[in-house]
Design a protein around this ligand. Sequence first.
Ligand SMILES: Nc1ncnc2c1ncn2[C@@H]1O[C@H](COP(=O)(O)OP(=O)(O)OP(=O)(O)O)[C@@H](O)[C@H]1O
Length: 301
Amino acid sequence: MIELKNVSKSFDGIEALKNVSVTVREGEVFGLIGTNGAGKSTLLRLACGVFKPDDGLAIVDNMPVYDNVHAKAKLFFIADEPYFFNGATPKDMERYYSSVYRNFDRERFYLYLNSFGLESRRRISTFSKGMKKQLAILLGLSAKTEYLLCDETFDGLDPVMRQSVKSIFAKEMQERQFTPVIASHNLRELEDICDHVGLLHQGGVLLSKDLEEMKCNIQKIQCVFSSKEEEKRLLKQLDIVKCDRRGSLLTLTVRGSREEMIAMFAAADCLFHEVLPLSLEEIFISETEVQGYDIKKIVLG
Ligand SMILES: Nc1ncnc2c1ncn2[C@@H]1O[C@H](COP(=O)(O)OP(=O)(O)OP(=O)(O)O)[C@@H](O)[C@H]1O
């Protein structure tokens, strides 16, 4: 488990994080979302012991991580601009990380490299930005650390690559203790990947919740009512977050459980109704609205 307990960090008077507490449990994919400058990189750097908190504690598996090689050996951090040695090839980087991480799986690294079509002896400086990100992910996965901290690593990966990385994450999570933490400024980049999402805003945590838990509480329903009267009657009973109308077709975002909605709409006089899946953005709109925030001003959809 990674625990940040009341951590604060400032840089020359700029408060990057203020009294932030976050817990990342083992075996879940933790998404960290926030706009540019919200404090995501600072939080990840505190979590992996690159920075020392001004106040509070960063703990990995019950060990303070700063200046602690045992705790640090459990983490691999992929920076937003991955660092590679000057003139290095993927093979050179493999050699380096093999010497740093004692469980580094060389065989798997070359298998991954091959399946991603990256050449082991080509200079990394000739790779595209996306290829560099892929390589950083493959090095991080092959290091076999329990925690993989990814700073904007998914942003900019093409859909096919995202899917491949997602499947590898799922496979690794099945095979061993593996907990990825993925920071992004874009909710869509985290869609379908995360089990838990923490929202950072102006150096503080606005919310930190399980996606399943959030999904249980909000539903999207498309429906056509048999009459205006029936529409009015049912809408009055619902806790509506959003209502879009196209002719007689209504698309409603409503607070409540799926079972509750199915029962209400089945009992109502509808010509048609269907409960649909919600996007992460729609869930966040509802969650942050309760706290008086406009999500569109906090993160980019
Ligand atoms: N080394 C540093 N020196 C000075 N200020 C810094 C440093 N690192 C971060 N900051 C400041 O701390 C705040 C949080 O920055 P941070 O990089 O953690 O945000 P972020 O959420 O990762 O942003 P982005 O999405 O743009 O990468 C910003 O105001 C930034 O200017």
